[in-house]
Design a protein around this ligand. Sequence first.
Ligand code: AMP
Length: 249
Amino acid sequence: MKVLVPVKRVVDYNVKIRVKADGTGVDLANVKMSMNPFDEIAVEEAVRLKEAGKANEVVAVSIGPAQAQETLRTALAMGADRAILITVDGPIEPLSVAKLLKGVVADENPNLVILGKQAIDDDANQTGQMLSALLGWSQATFASELDLGDTTAKVTREVDGGLQAIEVTLPAIVTADLRLNEPRYASLPNIMKAKKKPLETRTPDDFGVTVSPRLRVIRVEEPAGRTAGIKVAGVTDLIEKLKAEAGVI
Ligand code: AMP
């Protein structure tokens, strides 16, 4: 069984985001970039399937600038077997990503695609769902447990107020939620080995997909700064302030 794992290069989750002064987007100059955290979870899950003998090949794919090679090398160091980079400069929307992934699926014939539930840059949470629709495949989103069989997969989903257990027919799309697993750190020997693993470069033209945007970003703003808190003398004072100043009781 082959597993495809799409991984996106995004601003590292530890970086404090700065909005550009002209409000056209986020400032990416000299900012640390890393693999989207939910995609690390997706890679980990695919590698665990391989280690458990349930998958025999894990292919990582990224759509982005040439530097996304680093993201793919991380996936290879975690245990993916080979990688595909589809080079695109500038931002790319989930629908274009899904169309390109559909092309990769046609070439690679995986039984399972594990994506992150969302990319933490745009928080779109759309690509897996769109890919499932384009392929006509089953989808199990927000997975916190995956039990892969030969023809079906049992997936526990994190839904509002609890967990939902479903069974999907393969081939299927699964999107990884936070509690699916704890991704490993790549060891130094595996980082060295990853440099020699195959990484193929393609372009959107190879798949007959145009990636021109359909959405226009009108404005990006920083959230309003929080005002400083105050100390209250005691419960009576707190209740008084909640009534008189905050007006919440
Ligand atoms: P999104 O719909 O943008 O929130 O992304 C959901 C998931 O789709 C991510 O966690 C990735 O697994 C995948 N994905 C989105 N954009 C890309 C990209 N440019 N390259 C590879 N995978 C992507």
